[in-house]
Design a protein around this ligand. Structure first.
Ligand code: FMN
Length: 353
């Protein structure tokens, strides 16, 4: 069974820490903090930005369909910067042989973990018979997990991201049976989005908001399977919230909040691991300019990076000015990477004024 290594052993420069939540002290050394896989959002540029702000958080790719890896433009889909480590490749698919082949390729590209998507509720994914609807086919998931584990080195964990249930299959027995079958195939880590998926009638976006969050059921899962790593996902936005959950689970995964307010990751790293202060917004703007210059020199566009940076000042003075300046300028044909420095100046001047 492959379980994530405790982060403490990878990042000796960070001290483990006891943080205090309202229900007691939390030993945070071995807890995991992750940014969720998000299609169209967590591409390599987004991950590079997150990594710059939070050196220790575990990053995920967008879901990449196994067929795309096998038959598509592999380098474009899979290349990433060494600075992004640790980074997990999330796969979509249901064919064990194809998933195993895609996992192997992912390892060859250097990914630190292979994750199987069993939580995505979109129609497109449903037609391909993978994503959340795989939860009603635990034997297929088990087969796929076993095939992927056989295809990758033992040092690379094969993990699963799922929901609490789907449609009317949404009770503890159903979830525990799914987890049991998949764990028996060798999966040691489950990321659980703490709500059910409703496959008919709700859009993917509605499926992230409308079914109520039920984190206590993820806590229960950890109690039922103490030997597994159980990571809680869904609706987490603050250090205080995360500290409430951490005593009950092995880690947390943040999606939308991390995207819209990336400094939440630094706040969490500081609270959990005593991490040094992150680069300031101005330092980040300077880094973004340098990073984007490299991307542009390689044939990319400023907008490819800028679209992920709109939330850099979120919650801080100047946030609107930064966002507006970047959105208005980053798509212009004559834009240069200096746009980040200009946007930061505009944001700060407004504050000073
Ligand atoms: C734009 C967007 C794209 C997403 N794409 C994926 C995906 O590719 N794979 C996946 O497992 N979940 C995907 N999700 C779901 C997130 O990983 C996460 O489970 C969900 O947003 C709940 O976490 P949050 O409340 O912290 O955002 C996506 C979410 C968003 C907002």
């Amino acid at each position: 069974m492959t379980i994530w290594p405790a982060h403490g052993s990878w990042w000796p420069e960070f001290a483990g820490r006891e943080a205090i939540s309202h229900n007691g002290r939390v030993d945070t050394l071995t807890k995991t903090l992750a940014v969720a896989p998000m299609i169209d959002w967590t591409d390599r540029h987004c991950r590079a930005l997150h990594r710059r702000i939070a050196p220790r958080v575990r990053l995920y790719t967008e879901m990449i369909v196994a067929d795309a890896i096998l038959y598509g433009k592999r380098d474009r889909l899979l290349c990433f910067d060494a600075a992004e480590h640790p980074v997990a490749l999330q796969l979509g698919g249901c064919d064990p042989a194809k998933l195993a082949a895609a996992a192997r390729i992912g390892v060859d590209y250097g990914y630190d973990e292979i994750n199987l998507n069993c939580g995505c509720p979109s129609d497109r994914v449903r037609e391909g018979a993978f994503g959340a609807c795989l939860m009603v086919r635990p034997q297929v998931v088990a087969e796929a997990v076993a095939a992927m584990i056989a295809a990758v080195p033992a040092s690379v964990p094969v993990t699963v991201k799922c929901r609490l249930g789907i449609d009317d299959r949404d009770d503890r027995e159903f979830l525990e049976d799914f987890i049991t079958q998949v764990a028996n195939a060798g999966c040691g880590t489950f990321v659980v989005h703490a709500r059910q998926a409703i496959l008919g009638g709700l859009s993917p976006k509605e499926n992230r908001d409308i079914p109520p969050l039920r984190p206590a059921e993820v806590w229960q899962l950890k109690r039922s399977f103490p030997h597994l790593q159980i990571i809680l996902n869904g609706g987490l936005k603050s250090v205080a919230q995360v500290l409430e959950h951490l005593p009950q689970v092995d880690g947390v995964m943040l999606g939308r909040e991390a995207y819209h307010r990336p400094y939440v990751l630094a706040e969490l790293e500081q609270a959990l691991w005593n991490a040094p202060p992150p680069p300031s917004e101005e330092e980040m703007a300077a880094w973004l300019a340098e990073y984007t210059a490299g991307h542009v020199a390689a044939g990319g566009r400023v907008h490819d990076v800028a679209r992920h940076a709109l939330g850099l000042f979120a919650g801080k003075p100047g946030a609107r000015a930064w966002r507006r300046y970047l959105s208005e300028h980053s798509n212009r044909h004559d834009v240069t990477p200096r746009v980040f420095a200009h946007a930061a100046q505009v944001a700060r001047q407004l504050v000073a004024g």
